[in-house]
Design a protein. Sequence first.
Length: 175
Amino acid sequence: MSDQPEVAVVRWPDQAPSAGDGLDGLDGLAGLAGLLAAYHLRTEAEKGEPVAGVDGLPDRYRAEITDPRSAFADDVVLVALAGDAAVGCVVVTRPDHGHSEVKRLWTEAEFRGRGVASALLGAAFAQAAENGADTVRLSVWKWRTGAIALYERLGFTVTDSWDEREQLVCMRRAL
C-alpha cells in the first residue's frame, strides 16, 4: 500500500459548477493562486530577476494570481488535487488556428516525480482535443531541462519560435 496520497485532476472553473470539486470556494482559489504565485516567483528568480513576493511581479502575472477567473476567462485551468489540497496546475488555451497552448504547468515540489505533471498534461491534451485543437504547443525556458525532457517523452518536438524572448524553447505536439 502506498503512503502517497492519490492525486485527481479537475477542471477549474468547471463548465457545470459542482459543489465539492475542491475549487468552488475561497480555499480552492487560494490553492490555485498559491500554485500560480510559486510558478511566477520561481520563474522570475530563474531569469535572474528575483522579487520578494507577489507584489513585485509584473502586472500581468500578478493579475493571474489575484484574479484567476478573469485572467483565464477564455481558458481552462486543470488542477491536480491531493485530498483538498491543490498540488499542481496547467492552463489550456482555447484553440486558435487549430492549436491550443499549454502554459503555467506547475507541480508542488513534494509532489514532483509522482506523475502529477504527466497526468495534468494528459488531461490538457484531452481538453484541447475536446475543444477542437489538432496540436498543442508550449514554450519553456531552456534551463528547465527536466521539463523539456518530460515534454519530449510525451511527444513534443522543438519547433520554430513564435516568441522572440531569448532562451525560450518552443515545442509542439500533434493530438
